[in-house]
Design a protein around this ligand. Structure first.
Ligand SMILES: [Mg+2]
Length: 394
């Protein structure tokens, strides 16, 4: 089964409904989100599908470059291809989530291809199925969102952002009661200091959080250690990291309770299976990131989560852009707060080229209000006011 071509399909994806609601009138053209799909074709006619979510417009070029490493090779030697791709990028510095994003999509397509060739689902190749369903969690901006998620059977909800977070969590806990898991994603902006994150964490301790995510940026590994020592809430991180070497400090130093590699940019299924094993040895769970992830990579995450022991749950943009399911041939089935693990050969999904072509990529940077003037250079008092910690404590 020789690889004959690697093709890419880049598209502009619209904003999730949660965001679109706050930005009425935002169309898919104005969204900063792109999805990049990869198709690996072989001489026998079989093909595999993958998806990259590192920085899709940039990653597309990386996939095109890496194709030279794979075309003409036997598609079945997945580990060998991963190592060859990684080595091929030595001269470029191995390139973090961009390089790993390109490898992730290619790697995913190789697993899909192998499963199809053998007539088995990818989870079977990963050691077999430990569970038929993978629990999901959704995002809630306010108690009303949270009640909607709970009403559809979802048992865990996540709030984002640091501003006024203690008050918002208190209102959320009040709305959903004691039986629903609540998580907080501080999203690790460069302006949020470890001192602030510790103050927030301590104020959040009474609310029984499942975890507090990205309290500081991933670059500040030593600050994670400070926060870990000072705050009695489980921590989660890893969505902006790639490869086993990128996540190693979080795992080996036991700085978090949950790692959150992104299936489309952490280096692929091959890497995430190893990360899961590393985490297992340290009593750490996996909850893969899915914020920018498109609909094909979600299938890959489901296969992985079906096969590993330390699968906590999968992040899901429950109310996503309505066209999400139009660009793939089958959406995952949600049932009682979980996604059913697909059991078709390979990943069990294909892309719909004609639909993807309807949404040409235009832009891939969509973070409004991300400039340093939003907080990085603020004095402590102004920052504390925006966090509203003093008020929350009253
Ligand atoms: Mg996050």
């Amino acid at each position: 089964m020789k690889i004959t071509a690697i093709r890419t399909f880049l598209m502009q994806a619209g904003p999730p409904a949660l965001l679109a609601g706050k930005n009425a009138g935002r169309s898919w053209q104005a969204s900063g989100r792109n999805w990049l799909f990869v198709r690996i074709e072989t001489d026998g006619g079989l093909f595999g599908i993958g998806e990259c979510s590192g920085w899709p417009r940039v990653v597309e070029r990386a996939v095109e470059d890496l194709a030279h490493v794979l075309v003409g090779e036997d598609a079945t030697h997945i580990e060998l291809h991963w190592q060859r791709m990684y080595t091929a990028m030595m001269g470029h510095g191995m390139t973090g989530v961009v390089g790993a994003g390109a490898m992730a999509g290619i790697d995913m397509a190789l697993w899909d291809l192998k499963g199809k060739a053998l007539g088995v689902p990818v989870w079977n190749l990963l050691g077999g199925r430990m569970r038929p369903r993978v629990p999901i969690y959704g995002h809630a901006a306010d108690p009303e969102d949270a009640r909607g998620l709970v009403a559809r059977g979802i048992g865990a909800v996540k709030l984002g952002g640091a501003r006024d977070i203690v008050r918002r969590v208190a209102a959320m806990r009040e709305a959903v009661g004691p039986e629903i898991d609540i998580m907080v994603d501080l999203a690790g902006p460069p302006w949020l200091t470890a001192t602030d994150a510790i103050a927030i964490g301590r104020a959040l301790e009474p609310y029984d959080l499942l975890f507090m995510e990205d309290p500081v940026p991933p670059e500040q590994i030593d600050q994670y250690a400070r926060i870990r020592d000072a705050v009695n809430i489980p921590l989660a991180a890893g969505e902006r990291m790639a490869t086993i070497w990128g996540l190693r400090p979080l795992i080996e130093r036991e700085l978090v309770d949950v790692i959150q590699p992104d299936t489309g940019r952490a280096g692929g299924i091959t890497q995430m299976k190893k990360m899961a094993a590393m985490a297992e040895a340290h009593g750490i769970m996996l909850a893969p990131h899915s914020g920018s992830l498109g609909p094909a990579a979600e299938f890959a995450a489901l296969h992985l989560m079906a096969a590993i022991p330390n699968a906590l749950m999968l992040e899901r943009v429950v109310q996503d852009w309505p066209e999400r399911n139009a660009v793939i041939t089958a959406a995952p089935i949600e049932q009682d707060g979980a996604l059913l693990v697909p059991d078709g050969p390979g990943l069990g999904v294909d892309i719909v080229e004609s639909e993807i072509a309807r949404y040409p990529s235009r832009r891939n940077i969509g973070m409004a209000n991300a400039g340093p003037e939003q907080g990085y250079v603020r004095m402590r008092l102004a920052r504390a006011r925006s966090l509203r910690l003093a008020e929350a404590a009253e």
